[in-house]
Design a protein around this ligand. Structure first.
Ligand SMILES: Cc1ncc(COP(=O)(O)OP(=O)(O)O)c(N)n1
Ligand SMILES: Cc1nc(C(=O)O)sc1CCOP(=O)(O)O
Ligand SMILES: [Mg+2]
Length: 203
């Protein structure tokens, strides 16, 4: 979830709707939220996730992850290096790392990552990504080569999530397709059902 998509909804409200739909992992991405508000939101969202049995990761901010007792953090090239995130978080929390291809996924393993977020899989309007769109074929090659679980990100939605799942990817990260839906919880249910029924089918 993201603070810039559906900004009229509070972060906790968005989290509750995503959790009502059965979201299994929730990443809190707060690029436009002041630090004190971000800490309060992280604490509230992590608590709701824990009640729901959902893993909660904080994007970028290891400090907020620790202060909110989140399950872990996601870091990319512009964030703390994965080794430093691990040093602060210890072995019991997740460190996810962004990779743009096979080399990046291997490097993430060497750096101690637990999973890689690989993208942009398709075009996205949520963020200006400084990397080319991978497309399904290149993504499939990363999945086949990666020693770590791969989560596809960027432009994933109900129209293509089955194709993402068919590559054998461990997961798909969805922002706008879920948050812009009229019924967010129902959209999450549909996304998860489509992913589960196509996972690893190679379609
Ligand atoms: C699951 C997942 N994969 C990739 C990213 C992107 O992280 P990053 O490259 O640090 O970019 P920002 O999200 O911080 O703009 C992600 N957040 N989650
Ligand atoms: C946050 C993010 N990171 C990406 C990357 O490729 O690193 S793409 C992306 C945006 C994902 O949002 P949506 O599901 O709305 O396309
Ligand atoms: Mg980042």
């Amino acid at each position: 979830m993201d603070d810039s998509v559906r900004p009229e909804l509070s972060l906790v409200d968005k989290a509750l709707r995503l959790l009502a739909g059965g979201a299994r992992v929730l990443q809190l991405r707060m690029k436009h939220t002041p630090p004190r508000e971000a800490l309060a939101a992280a604490r509230a969202v992590v608590a709701r996730c824990r009640e729901a049995g959902c893993v909660c990761l904080i994007n970028d901010r290891v400090d907020l992850a620790l202060l909110s007792d989140a399950h872990g953090v996601h870091v990319g090239d512009e964030d703390l290096p994965p080794e430093a995130a691990r040093e602060l978080l210890g072995p019991a929390r997740y460190v996810g790392v962004t990779a743009r291809g096979t080399e990046g996924a291997r490097a993430a393993l060497a750096a101690g990552a637990d999973y890689v977020g690989v993208g942009p899989l398709f075009g996205t309007t949520t963020k200006v990504v400084q990397a080319p769109v991978l497309g399904l074929e290149a993504f499939r090659r990363v999945v086949a080569d990666s020693p770590l679980p791969v989560v596809g990100i960027g432009g994933v939605g109900l129209a293509n999530i089955a194709q993402v799942a068919a590559t054998g990817a461990h997961g798909a990260a969805v922002v706008s397709d879920a948050l812009l839906a009229q019924d967010i919880a129902e959209r999450v249910r549909q996304l998860a059902a489509a992913f589960d029924s196509a996972r690893g089918t190679g379609l």
